[in-house]
Design a protein around this ligand. Sequence first.
Ligand code: SAH
Length: 212
Amino acid sequence: MYEKERQELVDKISKNGITDVYVLKAISEVERHKFVPEALLPHAYKDVALPIGYGQTISQPYTVAFMTQSLKVQPDSKILEIGTGSGYQAALLYRMGAKVYSIERQFEIYDRTRKLLDELEIRVNTKCGDGTIGWEEFAPFDGILVTAGSPNVPPSLQKQLAVGGKLVIPVGDKVSQKLRIVTKVDVDKFETVDIPEFVFVPLIGKEGWKQQ
Ligand code: SAH
């Protein structure tokens, strides 16, 4: 179902500058319509963010593609995602061959998405909790992807990144953010690139925003 719409979406985001063939392939394969509320099915393949309930959103496909491309995922990379939300981003990473760990703060969203991922046989490790402090038990990660906007880069996430790994995180105020790509070049050495103008829901937690 929706193959034509999915292909049109791939064409659109590749025209807008996404070049990583593995990212584009994953987008052509993962059924985004399974991750959006039923009432929004006709909009599932538009290049827009959509509400998923509880004040949260499934991110815009272009943004998801851009962040995933920035991570430089290899098959077997160990990736930590903060903000499971609908599960769509986690599903893409899984499709690209990554070992995925994903944390969601809101129990209702965590619970619903956990069931959906099981149903779709998408094998990612999930937990409900505050992702700003990372997931120490499975660190270090080859890549960390934060899908909510933060006032700063949480130090715990920098610590849990493997040397050579990348952390992709929207940083800014609550209205708009830059996408920050942090590469850990050595144990205590980081290189940073900022890309302007992205909009995300807030990252709430110990090392993020204190409240909504
Ligand atoms: N990756 C998601 C995007 C979800 S929006 C997708 O593909 O659909 C961001 C999500 O981050 C929301 O569900 C929100 O509840 C969650 N979130 C916010 N702060 C968080 C935190 N500190 N830890 C984990 N999840 C958090």
